[in-house]
Structure formats: C-alpha cells, structure tokens
Design a protein around this ligand. Sequence first.
Ligand SMILES: Cc1cc2nc3c(=O)[nH]c(=O)nc-3n(C[C@H](O)[C@H](O)[C@H](O)COP(=O)(O)OP(=O)(O)OC[C@H]3O[C@@H](n4cnc5c(N)ncnc54)[C@H](O)[C@@H]3O)c2cc1C
Length: 392
Amino acid sequence: MSDPLSPPPLQDAMKRIASEVAALHAVDVDAQARFPAETLAALRQARLLSAPLPQAFGGAGCDMRQLAALVATLAQACASSAMVLAMHYIQVACLMRHHGDVPALLAFLHELCERQWLLASITSEVGTYGDTRSSVCAVEAAPEIGRFTLQKSATTASYAQHADALLVTARRDASAAASDQVLVLVRQADYSLLQTTAWDTLGMRGTCSPGFEMAASGPLEYVLPVPYADISALSMVPYAHILWSALWSGIGGGAHARAAASVRAQARKTPGSTPPAATALAELTVQLQAMREHWRSLAQAFDALVEQGRDAAALAGMGWSLKLNNLKIASSEQAPKIVHAALQIIGVQGYKNDGPYSVGRHYRDALSASLMVSNDRIAAKNASMLLVFKDD
Ligand SMILES: Cc1cc2nc3c(=O)[nH]c(=O)nc-3n(C[C@H](O)[C@H](O)[C@H](O)COP(=O)(O)OP(=O)(O)OC[C@H]3O[C@@H](n4cnc5c(N)ncnc54)[C@H](O)[C@@H]3O)c2cc1C
C-alpha cells in the first residue's frame, strides 16, 4: 500500500526492496533463523541506513513519519528485516540527537553515512530482569590513556554479530547507582562477543538475537555526554515505540493483503456475488486503519515538537510518556489480533505454511510485540504515573 509520508525516491526504493528482495527471502530467513543479509545489502545500496541523518552528514533527513512509513513498508514483506532496520534507526536517532558536538561522535556519524554502517543495541542484561533503565555492568575509565573498558552479559542482542557498531547501556562507573546509566558506542574492531544462548524462537527469527558476553573498549569520547535517562525519554523510547508500532502495523498489513487476495480469488470463482468473507475483510480494514492512524498521529506530533524546538520539554513530561506507552501497548496487542482475523478470513489456506495465503510467519512474528519490553512492565509504569498525572 502506498504511503505519501516518505520522500518518493526513498519510499519507492523501499517498496522495490520489500517486494523484490525481502519478500523473496523471508521464508528462508524465518526457516533458517538467519540474518536477512540480502535485504540489508539492498538497503545499504539504496543508502537507506542513513535515512534519519541530516543532509549535512550525507543522510536523507527523514523525519519520524517518513522513517516509520519506510519500516512499515518493509515489515509487510519481512518483519525480521524491518525490525533490524527499525532498531538501527533507533540507535542512529540516539546518536544524532545526543552527540553533544563531541568531535569523535560527529566523525563516526559522517562515516556511518558514507559506509552505510549498521548499528545494534544492547540494553538487556543478565540480572536486570527486563528493566532497561537499570544496569549491572559499569564503564571502567582510564583517563590517563583516554580510554574505557566495558564488559556486559546481554540476555538478548539482535543481529549483534552482523553489526558494525553497538550502543550499550551501562552504569556511569563502578560506584554509580543501577539507574545512573550512560550510553556507550563501541565499534566492531573494539569488541568481542561470546554467544551464551540460542535464538530458536517462535518468530522474529531473522533478527538473530541470542545472549552474549560482550567485552569492549574504546575512546572515552564514545561515552555519550548526556545521561541515558534523558536519551531514553527524549529519543530511545519515542523512536522505539513509534517505529515498532509502524512495523507491527506492517505485519498486520501483510496479513490483511493475503486475506484480501484470498477474498478476491473467491470472488472470481462466483462472479456477480460478494463472498461472505468480504464483510469480515471490510471489518478488518477498519482495525488496520485505526492501528496505522495511531502511530501516524504520534509521529506527526513528534515531528511538530522537533520542528518547533519543544521536544526536550514535552518528551520529558508524563503526558508524552503515557501516550507513547499507550501506543506501544495498543499496537502490540492489536497486531496478533489482526493476523488472527486475517486467518479466519482465509481459512485453512492461511493455516498452511506453504501457500501464498499462509499467515503463520506473520502470526509468530506479531507475538513478539507484547514481550519486546513487556507490556505488563509498561502498564505498571503507566499505573504509577496515572496516580499523579491529570490529563488536559
Ligand atoms: C524480537 C526481540 C528482539 C530483541 N532485541 C533486543 C536487542 O537487540 N537488544 C536488547 O538489549 N534487547 C533486545 N530484546 C529484549 C528486550 O529489550 C527486553 O529486554 C526483553 O524483551 C524483556 O524480556 P523479559 O520477558 O525477560 O523481561 P521482563 O520485562 O522482566 O518480563 C518478564 C515477566 O515479568 C513480568 N513483569 C516484569 N516487570 C513487571 C512489572 N513491573 N509489573 C508487572 N509485571 C512485570 C512480565 O509480564 C513478564 O511476564 C529483544 C526482545 C525481542 C522479543
């Protein structure tokens, strides 16, 4: 489905990559739980990895609405590929918005653009039980040589073995509280990864997200100059919740497209009459449209805040936290429901794994949404905010 929100050349390139590359390999990526290398190569070639960066860096300067539209388009064909791209965009946004004019970070962003580097994220950690806002590991600085070392046991780290660099959360230093975190950039040449668990999951298999022991070092300038608490509220959470929601609507869109194709095939068999499943399809379209409009409205509001220079003040407030959390919870719950409804419309041809109407992969991929930062954890945060927050 076309989306008017992305700059036409990039959106056209993404549509082509989705249909000619990602869709072609999606079944194999899922079956083998392998990295979608072909799709990433095509994204690199189309310079889509630098889409969020301003033109001054050599990027396309896409805003949130445009990035989300790109991710949603790719997700219709291969959700794992789209999750890799979404997570990369989230990391690029954190660096782009919080580099603090540190020369080493600016140089890295220029190089990322030029070479179309892929960034991955390690916020998960053994011992923090899913709470991304606390860390066990700590940065060990050696100011005399201007470098740090960092070791982290991650429970889940998507495509870390295929990335050019990682953004890693850690305590500021060994004496810091668990929530006194920084975000650290580490480059591939400066880290080693020892895989500790497997990634044989129901869905999102192509994200290749097992656990790792990471050992890294780097220049002290790669410790971002802004506390992670601020980066999380102003960038990590807004980009994650909006781009993920767009992605999950893309999964729903992929399943809806298969249901629509199945209903049209039925209609061709009985010319002149509307198949009964067409009514259910019409109802499903209502749900899909609502899901899409939810992330679009928040993306548009986010872009307006940035344009007016009001994003730092607004995003730090509870009103925006609640809106973003509600978007994440609603979209993650809606995605499997939409795929389920598509399955009911298609029938057994959707249940089979090997046909053109199969929605098994969509179903399994969509089930990760509510776990990816647990909805219960987010709802508990909302509950405590609502004790004091009065809506306007
Ligand atoms: C496809 C996928 C890709 C991922 N990629 C990455 C990645 O690249 N990098 C990375 O760092 N991480 C990644 N993650 C991990 C993610 O960031 C979270 O850390 C992880 O999903 C949390 O999982 P959890 O169930 O262990 O933790 P928890 O959030 O602790 O949830 C465990 C259980 O406890 C319950 N629970 C927890 N807290 C509360 C609470 N406060 N109130 C009520 N109930 C609660 C939950 O309902 C759940 O049943 C990925 C996850 C997925 C699914």
